[in-house]
Write a protein that binds this ligand. Structure first.
Ligand code: G6P
Length: 609
């Protein structure tokens, strides 16, 4: 999940590389480096730590060359350090490589290369690639790269330059994302579109098993066997400022506030004008095919998995089809029972998560139809799934996912309703009522955001605690799990989410004077039972923030602080109740002085298993 950039043109490569790396820092940020062809040789500058460290080194000794590659790293093989940072070179510094992914057979290759006289300096798998290409190099970098990748097993996106051919930049993609930006007299590579957007909006999206050769005046795409590929340019019409902080202190806060827009955009044209039906043109399955579905598996990682927990509820309750929700890293290995009658829904903000992608492939291999819910058009998951429901949350930069999660919920509501109207498992009036409630959500989120100060005050009170608990029943439990994850991710406070009814079977032993508890009680039919569970913790001295429906009189009497959420259908409450939990995590992180947008040890996009 590292970030790659590359440049060939007539401007100073160093500046363009650093600028591109800044846009990719969310992909990994424990070290960074650049290699530039400068004064007749490849110069490499690398630094452990944030990009600013690298910038400092480059300012002190600038490179003036006009071709180069850059990398921001999230360590896999070898700890974060200057020497393990990319770009890597061979012993004679003739070839330089940046890499995203993992080379599975690097140990065998390394042994072989050592026998042939190569000396290794880092602990990385990537260094093997630079040595291997150098070993195979006979004056033609394209051929040498082609020969080298035949020997590599694993996932990789590569950017390669050679000292003897300073007019060529070679890029290869196999199971790790890579795009090519096409400019005028200059061309670019990037692991993601924002890296090149300041310079060009014309993009080639490389597919697995493809390579590109960039010169100053053109780009050619090839298969790894050397056959030319012709492909249309993809014109990006995103506004770059949508990827900037837009006046907020942090991307996360900005993204929390963007949720009303993300809800509206994701609903977009998917609801008929009269508000009676859901339209899903992107789902190509016919009504007859939808009727053959006997079970649904929802597979995802992290926050996307938590959206899947809500999705399970939605589909089961509305469409009356049994649903299982799994974390992707477990799914493949538990021998899931998959048939042609199984619909697998994979959920992924980035569309590049390795575990999710592997689950998708396994499901397809076993004959299931796969629908992807993803936020990134053209991502691996989007390309490989049979059908794609895009969430229109826009680029999400903060590592902790907020607007992507809630847009995934909206996608599940829409798909759940679409399935329901096709299978006719509910009355049309019920569907209409749900659509009306859905449409009210964006404004209700805006109202909720107005209670941020109450959440902030609570967050500041709990920020010094080491442990806390989230409790809830049914959908509230699903949201509690997401609230707990959010808090852990960015505040580093240990927390756990419990089904309220399960507390008395063990966890209650941990409740003592002053232990903070966040209690969700938004589900009408479960309210009384949840209230009893809340009383179990208040009786033992817990300090409780309750989340209740607007107009609540009961919960407020039993807890220390209360946040009310606007009235909606029970099924839709997660799209509202999660918002105060996102704010809680944000303010707790802030109170502890953490780097909110870039929490330690985590990365936005995890492209290794
Ligand atoms: C990483 C991110 C999480 C995210 C998960 C799945 O762990 O830090 O925020 O939920 O990956 O990512 P995806 O892009 O597949 O939704």
């Amino acid at each position: 999940m590292c970030g790659i950039v590359g440049y060939i043109g007539s401007s100073k490569a160093q500046d363009i590389l650093v600028e591109g790396l800044k846009k990719l820092e969310y992909r990994g940020y424990d070290s960074a480096g650049v290699a530039v062809y400068n004064g007749g040789r490849l110069e490499v500058v690398k630094a452990k730590g944030r990009l600013a460290e690298l910038e400092g080194k480059l300012e002190a000794a600038p490179l003036s060359g006009t071709i180069g590659i850059g990398h921001t790293r999230w360590a896999t093989h070898g700890k974060p350090s200057d020497v393990n940072s990319h770009p890597h070179v061979d012993n004679e510094r003739k070839i330089s490589v940046v890499h995203n992914g993992i080379i599975e057979n690097y140990i065998a290759l390394k042994e072989e290369l050592i026998e042939r006289g190569h000396r290794f300096v880092s602990e990385t798998d990537t260094e093997v690639i630079s040595h291997l290409i150098a070993d195979l190099y006979e004056g033609d970098i394209v051929r040498a790269v082609q020969a080298a990748v035949k020997r590599l097993r694993g996932a990789y996106a590569l950017g390669v330059i050679a000292e003897e051919e300073p007019d060529k930049l070679v890029a290869v993609r196999n199971a790790s994302p890579l795009i090519i930006g096409v400019g005028d007299g200059e061309n670019f590579i990037g692991s993601d579109i924002p890296a090149v957007l300041p310079h060009t909006r014309d993009i080639y999206i490389l597919k697995d098993g493809e390579m590109a050769v960039l010169t100053r005046n053109g780009v050619e795409l090839f298969t790894l066997e050397g056959n030319i590929i012709s492909r249309e340019l993809f014109h990006v019409d995103w506004d770059l400022t949508t990827a900037e902080k837009g006046g907020y202190d942090h991307f996360m806060l900005k993204e929390i506030h963007e949720q009303p827009k993300a809800y509206r955009d994701t609903m977009g044209s998917r609801i008929t004008e009269d508000g009676k039906r859901v339209v899903m043109n992107e789902v190509k399955m016919t009504a007859d095919e939808l009727r053959t579905i006997r079970h649904v598996h929802i597979v995802a990682c992290g926050t996307a998995y938590h959206a899947g927990l809500v999705g399970k509820n939605v589909i089961e309750r509305l469409a009356r089809i049994p649903v299982e929700a799994d974390v992707a890293s477990e799914y493949r290995y538990r021998a899931p029972i998959i048939s042609k009658e199984t619909l697998v829904i994979v959920v992924s903000q980035s569309g590049e998560t390795a575990d999710t992608l592997a689950a998708l492939r396994e499901a397809q291999r076993q004959g299931a139809r796969v629908i992807a819910i993803t936020n990134v058009v053209g991502s691996s998951v989007a390309r490989e799934a049979d059908d794609v429901i895009t969430t229109w949350a826009g680029p999400e930069i903060a590592v902790a996912s907020t607007k992507a999660y809630t847009s995934q919920l909206i996608a599940f509501y829409l798909f759940g309703l679409y399935l329901t109207q096709t299978l006719e498992t509910q009355e049309p009036a019920m569907i209409e009522e749900a659509i009306t409630a859905l449409r009210a959500l964006p404004e209700q989120v805006e109202t909720l955001l107005g209670q941020a100060d109450t959440v902030k005050a609570f967050a500041e009170k709990i920020a010094n605690h080491d442990d806390l608990f989230f409790i809830g029943r049914g959908l509230d439990y699903a949201v509690a799990q997401e609230g707990s994850l959010k808090l852990k991710e960015i505040s580093y406070i240990h927390s756990e989410a419990y089904a309220s009814g399960e507390l008395k079977h063990g966890t209650l032993a941990l409740i003592e004077d002053g232990v903070p508890v966040i209690a969700l009680a938004t589900q009408q039919e479960l309210f009384e039972k949840t209230l009893s569970n809340i009383k179990e913790v208040t009786a033992r001295g817990a300090y409780v923030m309750g989340i209740a429906p607007e107009g609540d009189q009961e919960l407020a009497k039993s807890v220390d602080e209360v946040i009310t959420i606007p009235r909606t259908l029970g099924l839709l409450t997660p799209a509202l109740s999660v918002v105060p939990l996102q704010l809680l995590a944000y303010y707790a992180s802030l109170a502890r002085g953490n780097d909110v947008d870039k929490p330690r040890n985590l990365a936005k996009s995890v492209t290794v298993e």
